[in-house]
Design a binder for this molecule. Structure first.
Ligand code: C6P
Length: 403
């Protein structure tokens, strides 16, 4: 059992009123709130340790470099990477996918090759692949989804073949909450000789994610969605895969030796970390992972799953509410529409009651097209949310739906 009031105490932002009501923050899939220890770590860095990393020999440079590398070590353990060099810091999930699409595409994709994504991808796992496929003359294939919001795996099996070079797939859909069977999908891709990238933006803070168990070649996520600062992401890659890829950007830190005739590149992970990174934010990401580790993913998941089920079942029983996506395996995210109220009005009416949800297409326009809708209202949960908040949310939705 986890102590929710004690957890809430650690999040100063939660203790405020919005429009005359206590804030109910259900927009966690967009970004989570930050515990005091993350805010403190960021302030501490700028107050005492501010310095560039991997460059200086002075004390502040040492402290900053140590803090930065300690986060890398913890992030590697967090996803069970075999070694810390397999963790590359990026700006976020989006940059991680662009890095792989660009580097992999430029070196490994040839005319006629194929890349498979799914119909429930976030734009950040669609557009980079579209761009590189167009550039390299490769074909982009899309795994369709059922009315329930589940992948049609028979179709995926048919799409896979000797031309498939990459399968890039979301672990948990940010719009539907569907949990995809990434281990099985990876195994099938590997049997066809393709590499696999998993977008773990919506899973890594909520479900156990073990890169060696999934056996994916690449995995990406953002710190800001798991209680950490913005401007930090992780790209995991198997050592052999990262070593085989050319660098994404050129600049300081990513080189071994620069001559006008020829430049040689640094080892991983530095080969992919050109320029000065978001140092303080990476350092402040460590206490966010520690926060999750202290609670444990099983306890976090079990609490969030209770809230999710309460919300999904509650919404289902309100007349005039339509759920969008009802996958058997789903996690922490529920999308819905009201028959008589436009989704933006629903969002505004809930905000007037202090409840923050997200409305719109959630950067999944092709998925919205699949369901024939312009967007949804989306409630997404984090470990600090409570059963009482879900009760209040359901009561508010019912009021709006039956106006
Ligand atoms: N989804 C949401 O409200 P960045 O912006 O790089 O941190 O993450 C992009 C991204 C990639 N994949 C998935 C599955 C995501 O959910 C997101 C971000 C937010 O759903 C903002 S659009």
């Amino acid at each position: 059992m986890i102590d929710i009031p004690a957890i809430r105490e650690q999040f100063p932002v939660l203790h405020q009123e919005v429009n005359g009501h206590p804030l109910v923050y259900f927009d966690n899939a967009a970004t989570t709130q930050k515990p005091q220890r993350v805010i403190d770590a960021l302030l501490h860095y700028y107050r005492f340790d501010n310095s560039n990393i991997h460059r200086g020999v002075h004390t502040l440079a040492d402290r900053a470099t140590d803090g930065f590398e300690q986060t890398r070590e913890l992030a590697a353990k967090f996803i069970n990477a075999a070694e810390k060099e397999e963790v590359i810091f990026t700006k976020g999930t989006t940059e991680g996918i662009n890095l792989v699409a660009h580097s992999f595409g430029r070196s490994m994709l040839h005319p006629g090759d194929e890349v498979i994504i799914s119909a429930m991808e976030h734009h950040s796992n669609i557009v980079p692949w579209q761009m590189i496929c167009e550039e390299r003359g490769a074909l982009l294939k899309v795994i369709p989804v059922t009315e329930n919001g589940e992948l049609i795996l028979e179709e995926y099996a048919r799409q896979l073949g000797p031309k498939t070079k990459m399968v890039a797939l979301v672990h948990v859909s940010n719009t539907l909450g569907t949990v995809n069977p990434v281990r099985k999908i990876t195994e099938m891709a590997h049997q066809a000789g393709a590499k696999v990238l998993i977008d773990a933006a919506q899973s890594v803070g909520h479900l156990p994610v073990d890169v060696q168990e999934i056996d994916c070649d690449f995995l990406v996520f953002s710190a800001h969605k798991i209680y950490g600062p913005t401007g930090v992401g992780v790209l995991y890659g198997k050592r052999a895969e990262l070593e085989a890829l050319p660098p994404y950007q050129g600049g300081g830190s990513m080189i071994r030796d620069v001559r006008f005739e020829k430049t040689t590149y640094n080892d991983i992970p530095y080969k992919f970390e050109a320029g000065t990174p978001t140092i303080g934010e990476v350092i402040a990401f460590k206490p966010a992972i520690e926060f999750i580790n202290e609670l444990g993913k099983p306890a976090i998941h079990s609490h969030e799953d209770e809230l999710f089920r309460q919300a999904r079942e509650g919404l289902q029983s309100i007349p005039g509410v339509r759920l969008v996506g009802q996958a058997a395996e789903a996690s922490g995210i529920v999308s819905f529409l009201l028959e008589k109220t436009h989704l933006f009005d629903t969002g505004m009416l809930l905000d007037a009651r202090g409840i923050a949800i997200r409305t719109g297409h959630h950067c999944t326009q092709p998925l919205m097209e699949r369901f024939g809708i312009e967007g949804t209202c989306r409630a997404s949960f984090a470990v600090y949310n409570t059963k009482e908040e879900v009760d209040y949310f359901l009561e508010s939705v019912e009021k709006i739906a039956t106006r």
